[in-house]
Design a protein around this ligand. Structure first.
Ligand code: NAI
Length: 340
């Protein structure tokens, strides 16, 4: 069977060093992938004059799948986020971020095993911002019935397929009665009509966040609109060891892009300090997805070998500095390869 084609976007900041580490592990695990390297983000802007070049867009359209390093977006000025652009271009409306304790990684909590499902295309990230008059600016929060129903059904379907028990929606429908109200009603309706076997409840997000840090084990799947999903993802990463250990995937009806939750970490870029594990875990999610899509168990086997190898490393204390270890980015990748 021919190797599967996957787009690789190294990204900015720590992106190139962590993608390099991940590629070495995937290669050593025997994953038959033909990588098509493409640019996006700041690097693409510098080299090709735009953050999302046509060649990158076409490659993703063609392959249908990408592994992506983090991309830098300037704060409070400059070009708009290529991450948001990619999600909108390919209608990647469902972001999935599993948050779990890992062996050997000391945290305040044990037995955390939750999944964040974030609506990825609407809300305040629609990018509709304008200056009404000097000194007054406005940002529009967009929710559509179609978008809210789509993500609700996606989440309940995911819960059913993965044998998860419960979905909790975090919202602020007491204040944003129309937008968050629509999101909340859509989830409740999907539950009642089509998925009564999955438990369902909801929490106003501020109280929900308090409950999360008191006892994260009370949650199973969290379903959130775009901005809340973004913020709560990082909060949840903090429950299990930080941004170095939380992977992610963005799904549309056709394309899927796998990427870590964290950003380009400019403070440690180019220093061989970044933890490549979150991207490696995203790559493992990608291999499992490929196994399903191509009905080829070899991808699933490679995924399981990689997971066992990094679990063994962590258990033995072989980890990067963010987790309390001594290994650099490249050394951690080598340690995983040695245990494959
Ligand atoms: P960040 O996630 O890049 O970094 C936050 C903190 O976590 C920093 O101290 C960083 O060193 C640390 N960190 C992040 N990933 C790490 C890793 N793998 N190993 C060890 N330490 C790690 O968030 P920040 O600083 O707010 O954003 C930096 C840039 O990243 C911005 O331009 C932002 O727009 C972009 N960003 C891109 C994302 C993406 O491409 N999906 C997601 C989030 C942010």
């Amino acid at each position: 069977m021919a190797a599967v084609k996957v787009v690789l976007i190294p990204g900015d900041g720590i992106g190139p060093e962590i993608t390099d580490a991940v590629l070495k592990v995937l290669d050593a695990a025997g994953a038959e992938i033909e990588w098509q390297r493409c640019l996006a983000g700041l690097t693409a802007l510098e080299e090709e004059g735009e953050v999302l070049p046509d060649s990158t867009r076409e490659a993703i359209e063609h392959c249908g799948i990408a592994l992506k390093g983090p991309c830098t977006t300037p704060v409070g000025e400059g070009f708009s986020s290529v991450n948001v652009q990619l999600r909108k271009t390919f209608n990647l409306y469902a972001a999935v971020r599993p948050v779990r304790n890992l062996p050997g990684v000391d945290t305040r909590y044990e037995d955390v095993d939750l999944v964040i499902i974030r609506e990825n295309t609407e809300g305040l990230y629609s990018g509709v911002e304008n200056e009404v008059t000097p000194g007054v600016v406005m940002s529009m929060k967009v929710a559509t019935e179609a978008g809210c129903e789509r993500i609700s059904h996606w989440a309940f379907r995911y819960a059913t397929q993965r044998q998860r028990n419960k979905i909790t929606v975090f919202h602020k429908a007491n204040i944003m009665k129309m937008t968050d109200g629509l999101f909340l009603r859509s989830a409740a309706a999907a539950h009642k009509r089509d998925y009564p076997n999955i438990d369902y409840d909801s929490a106003i997000i501020d109280a929900g966040c308090m409950r999360l840090v008191q006892d994260p084990t009370q949650f199973d799947i969290l379903l959130l609109e775009n901005l809340y999903g973004d913020v709560v993802s990082d909060l949840c990463a903090g429950l299990v060891g930080g941004l170095g250990v939380v992977p992610g995937a963005n799904f549309g009806d056709k394309e899927a892009i796998f990427e870590a939750v964290h950003g380009s970490a400019p403070d440690i870029a180019g220093q061989n300090k970044a933890n490549p594990l979150a991207l490696l875990m995203s790559a493992v999610m990608m291999l499992n997805h490929l196994a399903e899509e191509h009905e080829d168990e070899r991808f699933g086997e490679a995924a399981a070998r990689i997971r066992d190898a990094y679990d063994a490393c962590l258990t033995a204390g072989e980890m990067t500095a963010d987790l309390g270890g001594k290994l650099g980015t490249a050394e951690f990748a080598q340690a995983v390869i040695a245990r494959l």
